[in-house]
Design a protein around this ligand. Structure first.
Ligand SMILES: Nc1ncnc2c1ncn2[C@@H]1O[C@H](COP(=O)(O)OP(=O)(O)O)[C@@H](O)[C@H]1O
Ligand SMILES: Nc1nc2c(ncn2[C@H]2C[C@H](O)[C@@H](COP(=O)(O)O)O2)c(=O)[nH]1
Length: 207
């Protein structure tokens, strides 16, 4: 192994990040960092009125992920131990650029950079791309009540935002290694051979 990898699984809402990160965590014996969703007190309100609740929601996600990243740095990265996460801290900015405007967006950007610029960043990103129909189907399947009325236009915009965001990360220095998974066609849940192919691709990146 070249160095202990810090792997992040990314992709838009419902792409399968948590599912794939959990499966890889088990298969590769990696500790997993899982984002906090159900305990978020603003998510329900946010989906009812995005303009009203976006700043509180984005700040809540940012503060939680900042704490998790700080702990990840201390527990794993500084000890050169591998770890997998079901998100990349940059997802905060992907969402915030979509949900915030004007002064609030500017304040958020400053706080985001202040908190995260010197934090450890994943050196491997597994990016699950999926189209709107696939994501809507998975969100229905997951069945969280507050997500069921999500505006498809919002999700469609996030799909494009994610493509741009991952492209931005690919251009950073040092550039993370990125494995893109076609989430419409590759079914790592039901199809064992397809999951094994992902495992093999990930091993190639880290070994
Ligand atoms: N490749 C897949 N095939 C079928 N169902 C999937 C697949 N990936 C995820 N799911 C299901 O879709 C839903 C959303 O997956 P989840 O991992 O929570 O997505 P995310 O973390 O990206 O929001 C869950 O019900 C999960 O079981
Ligand atoms: N506005 C934001 N919403 C976010 C953010 N991170 C997650 N979420 C939402 C999207 C889903 O409804 C739910 C779980 O996210 P998944 O990507 O795991 O499906 O939380 C964010 O930073 N901003």
């Amino acid at each position: 192994m070249k160095q202990a990898p810090f792997i992040a699984v990314e992709g838009p809402i419902g792409a399968g990040k948590t599912t794939l990160a959990s499966m890889l965590s088990t298969e590769l014996h990696l500790p997993m960092i899982k984002e906090i969703v159900e305990e978020n007190p603003f998510l329900d309100k946010f989906y009812q009125n995005i303009d009203e609740w976006s700043f509180q929601l984005e700040m809540f996600f940012l503060c939680n992920r900042y704490k998790q990243l700080e702990d990840t740095g201390l527990q794993y990265i500084e000890k050169a131990q591998p770890v997998i996460s079901d998100y990349h801290i940059y997802k905060n900015l992907i969402f915030a650029e979509r949900t915030l405007k004007g002064v609030k967006l500017e304040k958020y950007r400053q706080i985001y950079h202040l908190l995260t610029d010197d934090m450890p960043k994943p050196d491997i990103i597994i990016y699950i791309r999926a189209d709107l129909d696939t994501l809507l189907g998975r969100i229905r399947k997951r069945g969280r009540s507050f997500e069921q009325e999500m505006d498809p236009a919002y999700l469609e915009q996030l799909i494009a935002d994610y493509d741009k965001g991952i492209q931005f990360l690919a251009e950073q220095s040092p550039a993370p290694r990125i494995l893109t998974v076609n989430g419409n066609e590759i079914d790592f849940v039901e199809n064992q051979a397809q999951f094994e192919q992902i495992v093999s691709d990930v091993k190639e990146l880290i070994e």
